[in-house]
Design a protein around this ligand. Structure first.
Ligand code: NAD
Length: 439
């Protein structure tokens, strides 16, 4: 059982850092979260949550009120009094596909002078094999231990995932430091895997690579279904019922995206390559995903009777912009990528997403530049040539198809990239239907 409370510092208050800080505070630890983004810190100190994440606001407010959670500007203020410091900064894709470690290195160099003797620094960011050592080299502190503790939360269910994880992985060369980090999770009933840093780092990439592979596999099966006249829903039920395979992550769609799978899959290929192994299977997984996005563009073009190289004058209505439902994250969203391709060949796109109805943060506004945003799902249907479902928000499944047909015009095609609608119900409303791998 851990000695509560442990004083924790969290560097970076994004999806992972804010969830980590709030959940550890919820578990009874004393947490200071720091970020370089003044806007985020201002919002958080005013009790506002910068991201959409179910259940996060409640535990942030409760922990702040209980005096266990505070927000500060910068990494040093977060790290100075901490026994354990979590690095939760971005590790974006570098030019050559590898993970860019500059944020990690910058954060480590900032906190190095203020860390208490005996402190533990934890890489919670997703970092390539060898990064635990890399952080040690930047810190240059013999009295500080570095531990890998990769995060497996999913956006949209991050709080739940953090508090009820399938497992906790801790990788460390030093047993005591590993135990200190593992102890933080003592209140949570889960399997704790303590291993060496290289294995912990590899677990994270292998897990994301495997999940991306599962989605690419089912997307390839869906493509095959369209060729052979099979129905992917029946196929998925058939293969997913096999307990060796399992039903989860077998939903065909517009391809995987988000802030993790794309960069982590490419980083996995690069890590393998740097160590002399050609991870050709992962390269295939990535190319199936690229192909899937092109297939969606092709479906839209066919729906309006045009070739995918020229959609000038065409108007496309898009339901959904985030990379999946339950989050406001637009990073590497298939919706945004496909819309970008449609716009490149001349289409005008108007879109609705439940997370873009309020004032947009500057980085989100930039990602959506050139897309006409509307405030109601039904509005996307007005005056367009085709309607597409790009994100599986449950409210889209409740749309009144008769009203949709009245607004868009009977005979118009719904390109359902998420297989959200019942094809028969769409046809009964007088619309045409094109899903993914469905007859
Ligand atoms: P994010 O971009 O949402 O948040 C990162 C935060 O770090 C930002 O607020 C940024 O301002 C801040 N930051 C950058 N440099 C800083 C510094 N020197 N000092 C203080 N703050 C600094 O990123 P994220 O989605 O939370 O991802 C963080 C890491 O966790 C990445 O490595 C990612 O791969 C990994 N991860 C993400 C998820 C996910 O679902 N988002 C899941 C598991 C792992």
């Amino acid at each position: 059982m851990s000695q509560l409370p442990v004083r924790l510092g969290v560097v970076g208050t994004g999806y992972v850092g804010l969830t980590t800080g709030a959940c550890f505070a919820h578990l009874g630890h004393q947490v200071v979260c720091g970020d370089v983004d003044q806007r985020k810190i201002d919002l958080l100190t005013n009790g506002r949550i910068p991201i959409v994440e179910d259940g996060l606001e409640k535990i942030v407010h409760e922990s702040v009120a209980a005096g266990r959670l505070e927000f500060v500007l910068g990494s040093q203020a977060a790290a100075a009094d901490a026994d354990i410091v979590f690095l939760c900064v971005p590790t974006p894709q570098g030019d050559d596909g590898s993970a860019d470690l500059s944020y990690i290195e910058q954060a480590a160099s900032e906190i190095a002078p203020v860390l208490k003797p005996g402190a533990v620094v934890v890489n919670k960011s997703t970092v390539p094999v060898g990064s635990t050592r890399a952080v040690e080299r930047v810190l240059q502190r013999d009295d500080v231990f570095v531990v890998s503790n990769p995060e497996f939360l999913r956006e949209g269910t991050a709080v739940n995932d953090f508090l009820q994880p399938d497992r906790v992985v801790v990788g460390a060369a030093n047993r005591e430091a590993a135990a200190q980090v593992a102890d933080l999770y003592a209140e949570i009933e889960t399997k704790v895997i303590i291993t060496d840093p290289a294995s912990a780092e590899t677990i994270k990439y292998a897990a994301n690579g495997y999940l991306a592979m599962k989605i690419s596999f089912v997307n390839a099966v869906a493509a095959m279904c369209e060729h052979v006249g099979a129905d992917v829903a029946a196929v998925v039920e058939g293969i997913g019922s096999d307990t060796r395979i399992g039903r989860r992550f077998l939903n065909p769609g517009p391809g995987w995206g988000g802030s993790c799978f794309p960069k982590d899959s490419r980083a996995l290929v690069k890590i393998a390559e740097d160590h002399g192994y050609d991870f050709s299977m992962m390269r295939g997984v990535i190319s199936v995903n690229d192909e899937q996005r092109r297939r969606m563009v092709d479906k839209v073009a066919r729906a309006v009777g045009r070739h995918q190289s020229d959609l000038s004058g065409m108007r496309v209505g898009a339901l959904g912009l985030t990379f999946k439902a339950g989050t406001d994250d637009l990073r590497e969203s298939p919706a945004v990528a496909i819309i970008g391709e449609l716009r490149k060949v001349g289409a005008h796109v108007k879109a609705f997403d439940p997370t873009t109805t309020r004032e947009l943060a500057p980085h989100r506004a930039k990602m959506l530049h050139g897309i006409e945003l509307v405030g109601d799902p039904m509005e996307v249907a007005d005056g367009v040539d085709v309607v597409c479902v790009f994100t599986e928000w449950s409210e889209f499944a409740q749309i009144d198809l008769d009203e949709l047909a009245a607004r868009v015009g009977k005979g118009t095609t719904i390109v359902d990239a998420r297989n959200l609608f019942d094809p028969d119900a769409v046809k009964d409303a007088g619309l045409r239907y094109d899903g993914v791998g469905r007859r």
